[in-house]
Design a protein around this ligand. Structure first.
Ligand code: SF4
Length: 177
């Protein structure tokens, strides 16, 4: 059994590999979804900051769920929530993630990690993986670069809580860019 986190998982999708080599179109097995362009942090480097403030939008929930259901019937296996903003501030985040799970799709997410701590069990039940974009080591630095008031401890607590309770592997990486 190949782990979902192994680079060898391509072996699970040999039909798609063959179709690509033969220049045939295939329906995707994985899609990225931006549920909203809004974020409640204001990182000094964020390319979306001005757009978020002026034109904060959320995706049409019913249209998205219908599209994912159709895609699932055509072979979709997994969804990653990413964002020009942060997925966890999408107004129907809990409904959306519950519905994606109900469709039988694997679910992942990139987030700043500042969601309410009482969402822990829901996230454990609905997500296969979560990546925290944590780019500071102290409250002071996090306040400065994210332009927020003292959210660092809450984020670390959420990260620790998920890592302790989850059943699969936990990877912690430092990435310098
Ligand atoms: S957490 Fe991400 S989306 Fe939010 S302001 Fe920072 S870089 Fe932008």
């Amino acid at each position: 059994m190949i782990s979902k986190f192994s680079g060898l998982k391509l072996i699970h999708h040999l039909d798609h590999v063959k179709a690509t080599l033969e220049h045939r179109n295939m329906y995707p097995v994985h899609v990225n979804v931006d549920p909203t362009n809004y974020c409640n942090h204001h990182c000094i480097w964020c390319s979306q900051h001005e757009l978020q403030q002026e034109k904060a939008m959320g995706i049409n929930y019913d249209a998205l769920v219908a599209a994912l259901a159709e895609a699932r019937d055509l072979g979709l296996k997994a969804v990653t929530l990413i964002g020009a903003g942060d997925p966890t501030v999408y107004k129907r985040f809990l409904d959306l993630t519950r519905e994606i799970s109900r469709l039988g799709l694997d679910l992942g997410m990139f987030t700043h990690g500042g969601y309410p701590s009482e969402w822990r069990d829901h996230i454990l039940e609905t997500f296969t993986w979560v990546r925290f974009s944590l780019d500071a080591a102290t409250t002071e630095v996090h306040n400065l670069v994210h332009d927020v008031d003292n959210r660092f401890d809450q984020i670390v607590s959420n990260l620790r809580d998920l890592a302790e309770k989850r059943k699969g592997p936990t990877a912690v990486q430092n990435v310098l860019q």
